[in-house]
Design a protein around this ligand. Structure first.
Ligand code: F6R
Length: 242
């Protein structure tokens, strides 16, 4: 694993945007894997600026998001589709029909998982996957205990994940209990992975990811086995790494 140490959130976001821009420029039809949450927001802001400055175009880019809450429609402000439209897609020159997020209100959720997986496969594979990490080591919404062989599936969200995400909802009761997420194996098939980590509250997680044993109890630990992972982390996040 390649670890890039940066000063703060701003620098993490800028570094990540440079890698995304380079990938998009190099490839004819780039396929990006994207995450939601607080961590990549700064990256998306940088990409919007790079697009406005004409440094990069997203016209040939296809994106697949990692996950979506079950029960939240695209027009729900807490859905991940809404987040992506608001934070990135509405502000860049990407074709919306080339942006994919699992459908959390599909009538048949199992079928939605299978067809999402198939859709990724029909685009070859993900060239560059952006990841954040949960306090319990989740990547996507693959909670501890998820088999490393998992593909896109429905998950019961951990209480710790629900409370970490409750800040976006009016009350804890409104936080969905289930989500659709791409699986660990789906993520591991990405050609390149960039994991972003910022803040002291992620310091234990990043230390365990880098130095801990590879175990399904800590999903992100599997990244030790990927041949092209770059972690971009700020000083606070790296404070417990020796
Ligand atoms: C979101 C996702 C999650 C987040 C993780 C960290 O699409 O896949 O794994 O990356 O929960 O969230 P933040 O960035 O809000 O700390």
């Amino acid at each position: 694993m390649n670890i890039i140490s940066v000063k703060d959130y701003q620098e993490m976001s800028k570094k990540a945007s440079e890698i995304v821009v380079k990938t998009v420029k190099e490839l004819e039809k780039p396929v990006l894997g994207l995450a939601t949450g607080s961590t990549p927001e700064g990256l998306y802001q940088c990409l919007i600026e790079n697009n406005k400055d004409k440094q990069v175009s997203f016209q040939n880019v296809t994106t697949f998001n990692l996950d979506e809450y079950v029960g939240l429609a695209a027009n729900d402000p807490n859905s991940y589709r809404y987040f992506m439209d608001e934070k990135l897609f509405n502000h860049i020159d990407i074709s919306k029909e080339n942006t994919f997020v699992p459908n959390g209100v599909a009538a048949k959720l199992e079928e939605e998982c299978a067809s999402y997986e198939e859709l990724i496969r029909s685009h070859g594979s993900i060239d560059l996957q952006i990841l954040g990490i949960g306090l319990n080591g989740h990547i996507g919404f693959n909670e501890p205990g998820t088999p490393f062989t998992s593909r896109t599936h429905i998950v019961e969200l951990d209480e710790s994940t629900r409370s970490a995400n409750a800040r976006f909802f009016a009350s804890m009761d409104e936080v969905p209990t289930q989500a659709i997420t791409t699986g660990i194996e789906t993520i591991m098939e990405s050609k390149k992975i960039v994991l972003l980590v910022s803040g002291e509250n992620k310091a234990d997680a990043i230390a365990r990811l880098v130095n801990g044993e590879v175990s399904e109890d800590f999903p992100a630990s599997i990244l030790q086995k990927h041949q092209d992972v770059t972690i971009i982390a700020d000083e606070a996040a790296l404070s417990k790494l020796n």
